[in-house]
Design a protein around this ligand. Structure first.
Ligand code: CP3
Length: 341
């Protein structure tokens, strides 16, 4: 019997209540983190192992989460491949998007040493955390990394030029996806060697292309990342945001759990997704701005879902917003703890 419900559910064992964690819980909303960013920029905090470990573990103590997620970013892989990322207050910026280059794949060269700080951070986390705190490692999905690398920041989040590129420059796109995936495999092995318990793939822009194109062109690369995780016997969570009916194409070889976005009704998702795959998600992060009585109505539905379908992890349908009231996040974790009694 596992004392931590996340460990239980991710390993397909019974738990008294749904485990709770939230995407983007490390950093962003935490007052102790916001204090830290007044002194140091995000990228600096991320590269100092002691600071990054501290921020990773803050959501356990300050928010009552059942699992910690490594404090890092999906864009460390593009950076390690040699793509310049500028970390501005408005988010990451890309002074030289690869779309402007004739043969972008020829520009890339992977420096694994750029990832050393993540190994140090994980060592620090393992030294500080309680034994029953699960640690989730992650990387960006191949398409999400490719969108940023080719297109740079796109305020519309549609990446229309990148999607056109996929159709007009298929071979070049496949070479880029191969480079991203090889680096991500190395990154998986590094995180596994340094003690993570679970791995999540954040494919935040799955919805910018059709599910058929995703299945045809991107899924083979996702499967390579999954296979790397499986070599270490670790469970895998896949978050293909905006995948819609594509969810029914996923097989148990692709992932152990699928994280559902807030656009997709959870019961519809359960119906679409192979029964051997567990479900994570999918409360709209903006519900956390509502009065607690409203939040509670939603939590009731998630608890009822868990009782019906126990292979379920509570999470949001996308990352928690920066200005979310901390007390409402704490209300959620406390509510599920009470539900167990
Ligand atoms: O989940 C966690 O809290 C762990 C750490 C984490 C960060 N980024 C920290 C971060 C994770 C898992 C990510 C993933 C990530 N990064 C995604 C996929 C998830 C999603 O939200 O769709 C994407 C698309 C990125 C790219 C990225 N990094 C953006 C767009 C930004 C700018 C604004 C923002 O916060 O979204 C970042 C910077 C970033 N990544 C910060 C943090 C804590 C800095 C923001 C701050 O200091 O508040």
């Amino acid at each position: 019997m596992y004392s931590n419900p996340f460990f239980a559910v991710i390993n397909h064992q019974p738990a008294c209540r749904p485990p709770v964690w939230m995407m983007r819980q490390a950093g962003r909303v935490l007052p102790r983190y916001r204090q830290l960013t007044k002194m140091l920029p995000f990228r600096t905090i991320m590269s100092y192992a002691n600071l990054a470990a501290e921020v990773t573990l803050m959501p356990i103590d300050d928010m009552g989460m059942d699992a910690a997620i490594l404090f890092s970013d999906i864009l460390v892989i593009p950076e390690a491949l040699g793509v310049k990322v500028e970390w501005t207050n408005e988010g990451p910026a890309f002074p030289h998007p690869l779309m402007d280059v004739e043969h972008p794949a020829a520009e890339l060269s992977f420096s694994p040493s750029h990832l050393n700080h993540v190994a140090d951070t994980l060592d620090e986390i393992m030294g500080q955390k309680r034994a029953d705190t699960p640690v989730i490692g992650f990387c960006g999905g191949p398409l999400t990394c490719l969108c940023y690398m080719l297109g740079g920041r796109d305020k519309t989040m549609q990446f229309t030029d990148v999607v056109r590129y996929l159709y007009t420059h298929r071979e070049e796109s496949l070479q880029l996806l191969d480079a991203i995936t090889s680096a991500s495999e190395t990154y998986v092995h590094l995180q596994a060697a340094h003690g993570i318990d679970t791995f999540q793939i954040f494919e935040s822009f799955a919805g910018v292309i059709s599910a058929e194109l995703y299945q045809d062109m991107i899924m083979p690369f996702v499967r390579r990342i999954t296979a790397a995780v499986r070599q270490h016997g670790l469970p895998i969570i896949f978050f293909p945001k905006g995948f819609g009916a594509g969810l029914q194409m996923l097989t148990p070889e692709d992932c152990d759990f699928v994280s559902i976005d807030w656009q997709t009704p959870l019961l519809v998702a359960r119906h679409l997704v192979n029964p051997a795959i567990g479900i994570q998600g999918n409360m709209d992060p903006r519900i956390l701005f509502a009065p607690q009585a409203v939040i509670e109505q939603h939590l009731q539905q998630y608890l009822a879902f868990f009782r019906e379908h126990p292979n379920y992890i509570f999470n949001l349908g996308h990352g928690v917003h920066k200005d979310t009231p901390l007390e409402n996040v704490q209300f959620v974790t406390e509510w599920f703890r009470q539900a167990q009694k």
